[in-house]
Write a protein that binds this ligand. Sequence first.
Ligand code: ADQ
Length: 462
Amino acid sequence: MSRLVVVSNRVADPRKPAAGGLAVALGESLQQTGGMWFGWSGTIIEDGPTGEGELHKQQAGKVTLATLDLSREDHDSYYLGYSNKVLWPVFHDRLDLANFDAGFITGYRRANQLFARKLLPLLRDDDIIWVHDYHLIPLAAELRAMGCKQRIGFFLHIPLPPQIIMAAIPQHEWLMRSLFAYDLIGFQAQQDVQHFERYVLNEAHGQALGNDMFRAWNNTVRASAFPIGIDVDEFVALTHAKEARDMYDTMKKEYSTRRLLLGIDRLDYSKGIPNRVRAFRELLANYPENRRSATLIQIASPTRETVDAYGDIRRELESLCGAINGDYGELDWMPVRYIHRMVARKRVPGLCRAAAVGLVTPLRDGMNLVAKEYVAAQDPADPGVLVLSRFAGAAEQLKEALLVNPYDTHGTAETIQQALQMPLDERKSRHQRLLQRIREHDVHWWRETFLEALKEVPSERS
Ligand code: ADQ
Protein backbone atom coordinates (compact mmCIF):
# COMPACT_ATOMS: atom_id res chain seq x y z
CA MET A 1 0.00 0.00 0.00
CA SER A 2 1.40 3.40 -0.89
CA ARG A 3 2.19 5.88 1.84
CA LEU A 4 0.08 9.01 2.19
CA VAL A 5 1.82 12.36 2.54
CA VAL A 6 -0.44 15.22 3.61
CA VAL A 7 0.82 18.78 3.15
CA SER A 8 -0.96 21.77 4.68
CA ASN A 9 0.01 25.12 6.10
CA ARG A 10 -0.55 23.91 9.65
CA VAL A 11 0.04 20.41 10.99
CA ALA A 12 -1.90 18.77 13.82
CA ASP A 13 -0.85 15.89 16.04
CA PRO A 14 -3.44 13.22 15.14
CA ARG A 15 -3.18 11.66 18.62
CA LYS A 16 -4.50 14.80 20.31
CA PRO A 17 -8.30 14.64 20.68
CA ALA A 18 -8.82 18.41 20.68
CA ALA A 19 -7.96 18.78 17.00
CA GLY A 20 -11.08 19.42 14.87
CA GLY A 21 -12.89 17.11 12.45
CA LEU A 22 -10.57 17.69 9.51
CA ALA A 23 -7.44 16.97 11.52
CA VAL A 24 -9.06 13.82 12.88
CA ALA A 25 -10.07 12.65 9.40
CA LEU A 26 -6.65 13.22 7.88
CA GLY A 27 -4.90 11.84 10.95
CA GLU A 28 -7.02 8.69 10.77
CA SER A 29 -6.07 8.13 7.18
CA LEU A 30 -2.39 8.68 7.95
CA GLN A 31 -2.57 6.25 10.88
CA GLN A 32 -4.05 3.52 8.67
CA THR A 33 -1.32 3.39 6.07
CA GLY A 34 1.43 5.04 8.05
CA GLY A 35 2.23 8.39 6.60
CA MET A 36 3.70 11.83 6.87
CA TRP A 37 2.16 15.22 7.60
CA PHE A 38 4.25 18.12 6.37
CA GLY A 39 3.74 21.85 6.98
CA TRP A 40 4.74 24.98 8.87
CA SER A 41 5.75 24.40 12.50
CA GLY A 42 3.94 27.51 13.73
CA THR A 43 7.31 29.00 14.72
CA ILE A 44 8.47 32.32 13.30
CA ILE A 45 12.19 33.11 13.38
CA GLU A 46 12.62 36.87 13.86
CA ASP A 47 15.52 38.07 11.65
CA GLY A 48 15.78 34.58 10.11
CA PRO A 49 17.08 34.40 6.50
CA THR A 50 14.33 34.32 3.86
CA GLY A 51 13.73 31.09 1.96
CA GLU A 52 15.28 29.05 4.76
CA GLY A 53 13.77 27.16 7.67
CA GLU A 54 14.82 24.41 10.02
CA LEU A 55 13.05 21.06 9.57
CA HIS A 56 11.73 19.24 12.66
CA LYS A 57 10.68 15.61 12.61
CA GLN A 58 8.59 13.96 15.25
CA GLN A 59 6.92 10.57 15.39
CA ALA A 60 3.24 10.52 16.42
CA GLY A 61 2.27 6.84 16.41
CA LYS A 62 2.55 5.64 12.81
CA VAL A 63 2.61 9.21 11.53
CA THR A 64 5.71 11.30 10.95
CA LEU A 65 5.13 15.00 11.59
CA ALA A 66 7.61 17.01 9.55
CA THR A 67 7.46 20.75 10.15
CA LEU A 68 9.39 23.79 9.00
CA ASP A 69 10.06 27.08 10.77
CA LEU A 70 9.54 30.24 8.72
CA SER A 71 11.45 33.50 8.88
CA ARG A 72 9.43 36.57 9.88
CA GLU A 73 9.70 38.00 6.37
CA ASP A 74 8.55 34.78 4.68
CA HIS A 75 5.70 34.33 7.14
CA ASP A 76 4.45 37.88 6.74
CA SER A 77 4.54 37.91 2.95
CA TYR A 78 3.45 34.31 2.30
CA TYR A 79 0.89 33.81 5.06
CA LEU A 80 -0.38 37.21 6.21
CA GLY A 81 0.30 38.80 2.84
CA TYR A 82 -0.45 36.76 -0.26
CA SER A 83 -2.55 34.04 1.40
CA ASN A 84 -4.69 36.23 3.62
CA LYS A 85 -4.66 39.64 1.91
CA VAL A 86 -4.90 38.43 -1.69
CA LEU A 87 -6.17 34.88 -2.08
CA TRP A 88 -8.61 34.77 0.86
CA PRO A 89 -10.48 38.01 0.01
CA VAL A 90 -10.48 37.52 -3.77
CA PHE A 91 -11.56 33.88 -3.57
CA HIS A 92 -14.44 35.09 -1.37
CA ASP A 93 -15.39 37.71 -4.00
CA ARG A 94 -13.98 40.64 -1.97
CA LEU A 95 -11.79 42.46 -4.46
CA ASP A 96 -12.30 45.62 -2.38
CA LEU A 97 -10.28 44.06 0.45
CA ALA A 98 -7.40 42.73 -1.66
CA ASN A 99 -3.92 44.22 -1.36
CA PHE A 100 -1.78 43.34 -4.38
CA ASP A 101 1.52 44.44 -2.82
CA ALA A 102 4.31 43.14 -5.06
CA GLY A 103 6.32 41.86 -2.08
CA PHE A 104 3.60 39.37 -1.15
CA ILE A 105 3.83 37.26 -4.30
CA THR A 106 7.61 37.06 -3.99
CA GLY A 107 7.27 35.72 -0.45
CA TYR A 108 4.50 33.32 -1.45
CA ARG A 109 6.64 31.79 -4.21
CA ARG A 110 9.68 31.69 -1.94
CA ALA A 111 7.80 29.88 0.85
CA ASN A 112 6.32 27.36 -1.61
CA GLN A 113 9.78 26.74 -3.07
CA LEU A 114 11.13 26.24 0.44
CA PHE A 115 8.34 23.75 1.22
CA ALA A 116 9.07 21.86 -2.01
CA ARG A 117 12.84 21.81 -1.46
CA LYS A 118 12.52 20.45 2.08
CA LEU A 119 9.76 17.98 1.22
CA LEU A 120 11.37 16.42 -1.87
CA PRO A 121 14.15 14.48 -0.09
CA LEU A 122 11.61 13.02 2.36
CA LEU A 123 9.51 11.45 -0.42
CA ARG A 124 9.43 7.79 -1.50
CA ASP A 125 8.73 6.67 -5.07
CA ASP A 126 5.27 5.26 -4.40
CA ASP A 127 4.03 8.04 -2.11
CA ILE A 128 0.66 9.64 -2.76
CA ILE A 129 0.77 13.35 -1.94
CA TRP A 130 -2.29 15.35 -0.86
CA VAL A 131 -1.83 19.12 -0.68
CA HIS A 132 -4.38 21.30 1.11
CA ASP A 133 -5.64 24.78 0.47
CA TYR A 134 -4.85 28.16 -1.00
CA HIS A 135 -1.55 28.68 0.81
CA LEU A 136 0.05 25.97 -1.29
CA ILE A 137 -1.40 26.29 -4.81
CA PRO A 138 2.02 26.33 -6.56
CA LEU A 139 3.54 23.53 -4.47
CA ALA A 140 3.09 20.77 -7.07
CA ALA A 141 4.55 22.96 -9.83
CA GLU A 142 7.60 23.62 -7.64
CA LEU A 143 7.93 19.89 -6.85
CA ARG A 144 7.55 18.96 -10.53
CA ALA A 145 10.27 21.47 -11.46
CA MET A 146 12.55 19.57 -9.05
CA GLY A 147 11.73 16.23 -10.71
CA CYS A 148 8.91 14.92 -8.54
CA LYS A 149 6.86 12.30 -10.47
CA GLN A 150 4.57 11.03 -7.70
CA ARG A 151 0.82 11.50 -7.83
CA ILE A 152 -0.18 14.80 -6.28
CA GLY A 153 -3.72 15.84 -5.42
CA PHE A 154 -4.92 19.26 -4.28
CA PHE A 155 -8.00 20.17 -2.28
CA LEU A 156 -9.24 23.76 -2.17
CA HIS A 157 -11.19 24.34 1.06
CA ILE A 158 -12.42 27.78 -0.02
CA PRO A 159 -14.44 28.70 -3.13
CA LEU A 160 -12.89 29.25 -6.55
CA PRO A 161 -14.15 32.64 -7.76
CA PRO A 162 -15.77 33.26 -11.14
CA GLN A 163 -13.37 33.83 -14.04
CA ILE A 164 -13.89 37.59 -14.11
CA ILE A 165 -12.96 37.99 -10.42
CA MET A 166 -10.06 35.54 -10.66
CA ALA A 167 -8.72 37.58 -13.58
CA ALA A 168 -8.27 40.59 -11.29
CA ILE A 169 -5.36 38.89 -9.52
CA PRO A 170 -2.23 40.05 -11.33
CA GLN A 171 -0.80 36.51 -11.16
CA HIS A 172 -4.04 34.70 -12.03
CA GLU A 173 -2.61 32.90 -15.02
CA TRP A 174 0.39 31.66 -13.06
CA LEU A 175 -1.89 30.42 -10.26
CA MET A 176 -4.22 28.56 -12.63
CA ARG A 177 -1.34 27.12 -14.62
CA SER A 178 0.16 25.90 -11.33
CA LEU A 179 -2.99 23.90 -10.69
CA PHE A 180 -2.27 21.89 -13.83
CA ALA A 181 0.82 20.42 -12.16
CA TYR A 182 -1.54 18.34 -9.97
CA ASP A 183 -3.15 15.10 -11.10
CA LEU A 184 -6.42 15.79 -9.29
CA ILE A 185 -8.00 19.00 -8.04
CA GLY A 186 -10.80 18.71 -5.50
CA PHE A 187 -13.28 21.53 -5.03
CA GLN A 188 -16.01 21.84 -2.41
CA ALA A 189 -18.91 22.44 -4.76
CA GLN A 190 -20.07 21.87 -8.30
CA GLN A 191 -20.14 25.63 -8.74
CA ASP A 192 -16.39 25.80 -8.16
CA VAL A 193 -15.86 23.20 -10.89
CA GLN A 194 -17.99 25.35 -13.20
CA HIS A 195 -15.85 28.41 -12.40
CA PHE A 196 -12.75 26.35 -13.13
CA GLU A 197 -14.19 25.17 -16.43
CA ARG A 198 -15.14 28.71 -17.51
CA TYR A 199 -11.62 29.89 -16.75
CA VAL A 200 -9.99 27.00 -18.60
CA LEU A 201 -12.16 27.50 -21.69
CA ASN A 202 -12.34 31.28 -21.89
CA GLU A 203 -9.20 32.58 -20.26
CA ALA A 204 -6.69 29.76 -20.83
CA HIS A 205 -8.24 28.69 -24.16
CA GLY A 206 -8.03 25.08 -23.03
CA GLN A 207 -10.45 22.19 -23.41
CA ALA A 208 -12.97 20.31 -21.32
CA LEU A 209 -12.40 16.66 -22.28
CA GLY A 210 -15.42 15.26 -20.44
CA ASN A 211 -15.52 13.20 -17.21
CA ASP A 212 -14.13 16.21 -15.32
CA MET A 213 -10.88 16.10 -17.31
CA PHE A 214 -9.42 19.42 -18.48
CA ARG A 215 -6.51 20.26 -20.74
CA ALA A 216 -4.53 23.51 -20.86
CA TRP A 217 -0.88 24.58 -21.00
CA ASN A 218 0.05 21.11 -22.34
CA ASN A 219 -1.15 19.38 -19.21
CA THR A 220 -4.24 17.39 -18.28
CA VAL A 221 -5.87 17.44 -14.87
CA ARG A 222 -9.06 16.10 -13.35
CA ALA A 223 -11.12 18.66 -11.41
CA SER A 224 -14.18 17.45 -9.49
CA ALA A 225 -16.31 18.37 -6.52
CA PHE A 226 -15.69 16.44 -3.28
CA PRO A 227 -17.88 18.21 -0.72
CA ILE A 228 -16.25 17.88 2.69
CA GLY A 229 -18.32 16.49 5.54
CA ILE A 230 -18.06 16.05 9.28
CA ASP A 231 -17.54 12.92 11.34
CA VAL A 232 -21.26 12.52 12.08
CA ASP A 233 -20.88 9.60 14.50
CA GLU A 234 -18.20 11.42 16.47
CA PHE A 235 -20.32 14.57 16.62
CA VAL A 236 -23.43 12.70 17.73
CA ALA A 237 -21.38 10.94 20.41
CA LEU A 238 -20.04 14.33 21.55
CA THR A 239 -23.64 15.57 21.75
CA HIS A 240 -24.44 12.85 24.28
CA ALA A 241 -21.25 13.27 26.33
CA LYS A 242 -21.21 15.09 29.67
CA GLU A 243 -19.75 18.45 28.59
CA ALA A 244 -22.36 18.92 25.85
CA ARG A 245 -25.23 17.75 28.07
CA ASP A 246 -24.18 20.16 30.81
CA MET A 247 -24.02 22.99 28.29
CA TYR A 248 -27.45 22.06 26.94
CA ASP A 249 -28.97 21.93 30.45
CA THR A 250 -27.49 25.32 31.38
CA MET A 251 -28.83 26.95 28.23
CA LYS A 252 -32.26 25.38 28.57
CA LYS A 253 -32.49 26.52 32.20
CA GLU A 254 -31.27 30.04 31.55
CA TYR A 255 -33.49 30.52 28.50
CA SER A 256 -36.44 28.38 29.62
CA THR A 257 -39.07 30.81 28.33
CA ARG A 258 -37.03 32.07 25.39
CA ARG A 259 -36.14 30.91 21.89
CA LEU A 260 -32.43 30.74 21.08
CA LEU A 261 -30.89 31.60 17.75
CA LEU A 262 -27.25 30.62 17.37
CA GLY A 263 -24.32 31.69 15.22
CA ILE A 264 -20.86 30.13 15.62
CA ASP A 265 -18.09 31.36 13.37
CA ARG A 266 -14.56 32.60 13.16
CA LEU A 267 -14.84 36.39 13.18
CA ASP A 268 -14.22 36.62 9.45
CA TYR A 269 -15.78 39.11 7.05
CA SER A 270 -16.80 36.22 4.77
CA LYS A 271 -19.16 34.83 7.42
CA GLY A 272 -21.73 37.63 7.08
CA ILE A 273 -22.11 38.19 10.84
CA PRO A 274 -23.12 41.89 10.69
CA ASN A 275 -25.70 41.08 7.98
CA ARG A 276 -27.09 38.37 10.25
CA VAL A 277 -27.34 40.73 13.20
CA ARG A 278 -29.10 43.32 11.02
CA ALA A 279 -31.61 40.66 9.93
CA PHE A 280 -32.21 39.81 13.58
CA ARG A 281 -32.84 43.51 14.32
CA GLU A 282 -35.38 43.58 11.51
CA LEU A 283 -37.06 40.51 12.97
CA LEU A 284 -37.47 42.31 16.30
CA ALA A 285 -38.72 45.44 14.56
CA ASN A 286 -41.25 43.69 12.30
CA TYR A 287 -42.43 40.92 14.61
CA PRO A 288 -42.72 42.43 18.11
CA GLU A 289 -43.87 39.10 19.57
CA ASN A 290 -40.19 38.07 19.43
CA ARG A 291 -39.12 40.85 21.80
CA ARG A 292 -38.25 39.56 25.28
CA SER A 293 -38.28 36.11 23.67
CA ALA A 294 -35.92 35.45 20.74
CA THR A 295 -32.27 35.77 21.79
CA LEU A 296 -29.34 35.68 19.39
CA ILE A 297 -26.18 34.09 20.73
CA GLN A 298 -23.30 34.94 18.42
CA ILE A 299 -19.99 33.28 19.17
CA ALA A 300 -17.21 34.64 17.01
CA SER A 301 -13.70 33.43 17.66
CA PRO A 302 -10.73 35.75 17.10
CA THR A 303 -8.82 35.07 13.89
CA ARG A 304 -6.03 36.77 11.82
CA GLU A 305 -6.23 39.83 14.04
CA THR A 306 -3.12 41.45 12.57
CA VAL A 307 -4.89 41.84 9.20
CA ASP A 308 -6.71 45.23 9.09
CA ALA A 309 -10.00 43.98 7.63
CA TYR A 310 -10.46 41.77 10.70
CA GLY A 311 -10.19 44.71 13.12
CA ASP A 312 -12.78 46.57 11.03
CA ILE A 313 -15.31 43.73 11.14
CA ARG A 314 -14.83 43.42 14.89
CA ARG A 315 -15.59 47.10 15.46
CA GLU A 316 -18.60 46.98 13.16
CA LEU A 317 -20.03 44.00 15.00
CA GLU A 318 -19.44 45.46 18.46
CA SER A 319 -21.21 48.67 17.57
CA LEU A 320 -24.11 46.86 15.90
CA CYS A 321 -24.69 44.54 18.88
CA GLY A 322 -24.40 47.47 21.30
CA ALA A 323 -27.00 49.45 19.31
CA ILE A 324 -29.53 46.60 19.22
CA ASN A 325 -29.14 45.87 22.91
CA GLY A 326 -29.55 49.58 23.62
CA ASP A 327 -32.63 49.91 21.40
CA TYR A 328 -34.45 46.70 22.29
CA GLY A 329 -32.93 45.42 25.55
CA GLU A 330 -34.87 45.30 28.79
CA LEU A 331 -33.59 45.05 32.35
CA ASP A 332 -34.21 41.30 32.26
CA TRP A 333 -33.48 40.59 28.57
CA MET A 334 -30.69 41.35 26.14
CA PRO A 335 -31.52 40.52 22.51
CA VAL A 336 -27.93 39.76 21.46
CA ARG A 337 -25.22 37.97 23.35
CA TYR A 338 -22.04 38.46 21.43
CA ILE A 339 -19.03 36.53 22.64
CA HIS A 340 -15.67 37.18 21.03
CA ARG A 341 -14.08 33.89 22.00
CA MET A 342 -13.71 30.27 21.04
CA VAL A 343 -16.11 27.78 22.66
CA ALA A 344 -14.57 24.47 23.76
CA ARG A 345 -15.24 21.92 21.00
CA LYS A 346 -16.94 19.51 23.41
CA ARG A 347 -19.53 22.13 24.35
CA VAL A 348 -20.45 23.15 20.79
CA PRO A 349 -22.97 20.29 20.26
CA GLY A 350 -24.80 21.21 23.48
CA LEU A 351 -25.14 24.81 22.33
CA CYS A 352 -26.36 23.71 18.89
CA ARG A 353 -28.96 21.38 20.39
CA ALA A 354 -30.34 24.10 22.64
CA ALA A 355 -30.87 26.48 19.71
CA ALA A 356 -34.26 26.57 17.97
CA VAL A 357 -32.63 28.17 14.94
CA GLY A 358 -29.10 27.70 13.59
CA LEU A 359 -27.98 30.77 11.63
CA VAL A 360 -25.30 29.92 9.07
CA THR A 361 -25.39 32.90 6.75
CA PRO A 362 -21.98 33.53 5.19
CA LEU A 363 -21.67 35.96 2.28
CA ARG A 364 -19.42 33.32 0.70
CA ASP A 365 -18.07 30.05 2.07
CA GLY A 366 -16.32 27.03 0.56
CA MET A 367 -18.52 24.61 2.47
CA ASN A 368 -19.24 25.60 6.12
CA LEU A 369 -19.03 22.78 8.60
CA VAL A 370 -21.06 24.53 11.29
CA ALA A 371 -24.18 23.93 9.16
CA LYS A 372 -23.53 20.19 9.26
CA GLU A 373 -22.62 20.20 12.96
CA TYR A 374 -25.86 22.00 13.77
CA VAL A 375 -27.87 19.29 11.99
CA ALA A 376 -25.94 16.45 13.67
CA ALA A 377 -26.50 17.89 17.15
CA GLN A 378 -30.31 18.18 16.96
CA ASP A 379 -32.75 16.05 18.89
CA PRO A 380 -34.60 14.11 16.13
CA ALA A 381 -37.79 14.25 18.19
CA ASP A 382 -37.73 18.05 18.45
CA PRO A 383 -35.15 19.43 16.04
CA GLY A 384 -34.25 23.05 15.42
CA VAL A 385 -34.28 24.70 11.99
CA LEU A 386 -31.19 25.49 9.92
CA VAL A 387 -31.21 28.85 8.14
CA LEU A 388 -28.46 28.62 5.54
CA SER A 389 -26.94 31.07 3.07
CA ARG A 390 -27.31 30.10 -0.57
CA PHE A 391 -23.71 31.28 -0.99
CA ALA A 392 -22.22 28.56 1.25
CA GLY A 393 -20.99 25.45 -0.57
CA ALA A 394 -23.16 23.48 1.87
CA ALA A 395 -26.29 24.88 0.16
CA GLU A 396 -25.70 22.57 -2.82
CA GLN A 397 -26.27 19.62 -0.51
CA LEU A 398 -28.47 20.79 2.36
CA LYS A 399 -31.57 21.45 0.32
CA GLU A 400 -34.01 21.01 3.20
CA ALA A 401 -32.51 23.93 5.12
CA LEU A 402 -34.25 27.31 4.74
CA LEU A 403 -32.01 29.00 2.18
CA VAL A 404 -31.47 32.76 2.35
CA ASN A 405 -29.65 35.53 0.54
CA PRO A 406 -27.73 37.16 3.43
CA TYR A 407 -27.51 40.50 1.56
CA ASP A 408 -31.30 40.65 1.67
CA THR A 409 -31.93 41.77 5.25
CA HIS A 410 -35.69 41.80 4.93
CA GLY A 411 -35.87 38.37 3.26
CA THR A 412 -33.54 36.87 5.88
CA ALA A 413 -35.67 38.30 8.71
CA GLU A 414 -38.80 36.81 7.11
CA THR A 415 -37.09 33.42 6.86
CA ILE A 416 -35.99 33.53 10.50
CA GLN A 417 -39.59 34.20 11.45
CA GLN A 418 -40.66 31.23 9.32
CA ALA A 419 -38.08 29.08 11.11
CA LEU A 420 -39.33 30.18 14.54
CA GLN A 421 -42.87 29.26 13.58
CA MET A 422 -42.26 26.01 11.74
CA PRO A 423 -44.55 23.19 12.94
CA LEU A 424 -42.96 20.14 14.56
CA ASP A 425 -43.85 17.75 11.71
CA GLU A 426 -42.12 19.89 9.13
CA ARG A 427 -39.09 20.39 11.36
CA LYS A 428 -38.80 16.63 11.83
CA SER A 429 -39.10 15.73 8.17
CA ARG A 430 -36.59 18.39 7.09
CA HIS A 431 -34.16 17.31 9.78
CA GLN A 432 -34.43 13.66 8.88
CA ARG A 433 -33.51 14.37 5.24
CA LEU A 434 -30.67 16.69 6.24
CA LEU A 435 -29.24 14.12 8.63
CA GLN A 436 -29.38 11.50 5.91
CA ARG A 437 -27.48 13.80 3.56
CA ILE A 438 -24.67 14.58 6.00
CA ARG A 439 -24.39 10.89 6.86
CA GLU A 440 -24.11 9.85 3.20
CA HIS A 441 -21.35 12.37 2.60
CA ASP A 442 -19.43 12.43 5.83
CA VAL A 443 -15.74 13.19 6.28
CA HIS A 444 -14.73 9.54 5.78
CA TRP A 445 -16.59 9.46 2.46
CA TRP A 446 -14.81 12.68 1.45
CA ARG A 447 -11.33 11.38 2.25
CA GLU A 448 -11.86 7.94 0.74
CA THR A 449 -13.45 9.22 -2.48
CA PHE A 450 -10.74 11.81 -3.00
CA LEU A 451 -7.88 9.38 -2.41
CA GLU A 452 -9.50 6.69 -4.55
CA ALA A 453 -9.91 9.20 -7.40
CA LEU A 454 -6.29 10.32 -7.01
CA LYS A 455 -5.05 6.74 -7.30
CA GLU A 456 -7.18 6.10 -10.38
CA VAL A 457 -6.84 9.32 -12.36
CA PRO A 458 -4.83 8.81 -15.56
CA SER A 459 -1.44 10.41 -14.97
CA GLU A 460 1.01 11.34 -17.71
CA ARG A 461 3.90 11.47 -15.30
CA SER A 462 4.07 8.09 -13.54
P1 ADQ B 1 -13.51 27.74 8.19
O1 ADQ B 1 -13.68 29.02 7.45
O2 ADQ B 1 -12.71 27.79 9.41
O3 ADQ B 1 -12.96 26.58 7.23
P2 ADQ B 1 -16.00 26.13 8.93
O4 ADQ B 1 -16.26 25.15 7.86
O5 ADQ B 1 -17.21 26.78 9.42
O6 ADQ B 1 -15.05 27.31 8.54
O7 ADQ B 1 -15.29 25.32 10.11
C1 ADQ B 1 -15.06 25.90 11.31
C2 ADQ B 1 -14.87 24.86 12.41
O8 ADQ B 1 -14.43 25.54 13.57
C3 ADQ B 1 -16.16 24.14 12.78
O9 ADQ B 1 -15.86 22.84 13.20
C4 ADQ B 1 -16.69 25.00 13.96
O10 ADQ B 1 -17.45 24.26 14.91
C5 ADQ B 1 -15.43 25.50 14.59
N1 ADQ B 1 -15.63 26.86 15.13
C6 ADQ B 1 -15.81 28.00 14.42
N2 ADQ B 1 -15.97 29.05 15.24
C7 ADQ B 1 -15.91 28.57 16.48
C8 ADQ B 1 -16.01 29.17 17.78
N3 ADQ B 1 -16.23 30.48 17.93
N4 ADQ B 1 -15.90 28.36 18.85
C9 ADQ B 1 -15.69 27.04 18.69
N5 ADQ B 1 -15.58 26.42 17.50
C10 ADQ B 1 -15.69 27.17 16.41
C11 ADQ B 1 -12.57 26.43 5.87
C12 ADQ B 1 -13.56 26.96 4.82
C13 ADQ B 1 -14.92 26.31 4.99
C14 ADQ B 1 -14.80 24.78 4.96
C15 ADQ B 1 -13.70 24.31 5.91
C16 ADQ B 1 -13.40 22.81 5.75
O11 ADQ B 1 -13.66 28.37 4.90
O12 ADQ B 1 -15.82 26.74 3.98
O13 ADQ B 1 -16.01 24.18 5.33
O14 ADQ B 1 -12.48 25.00 5.68
O15 ADQ B 1 -13.08 22.51 4.44
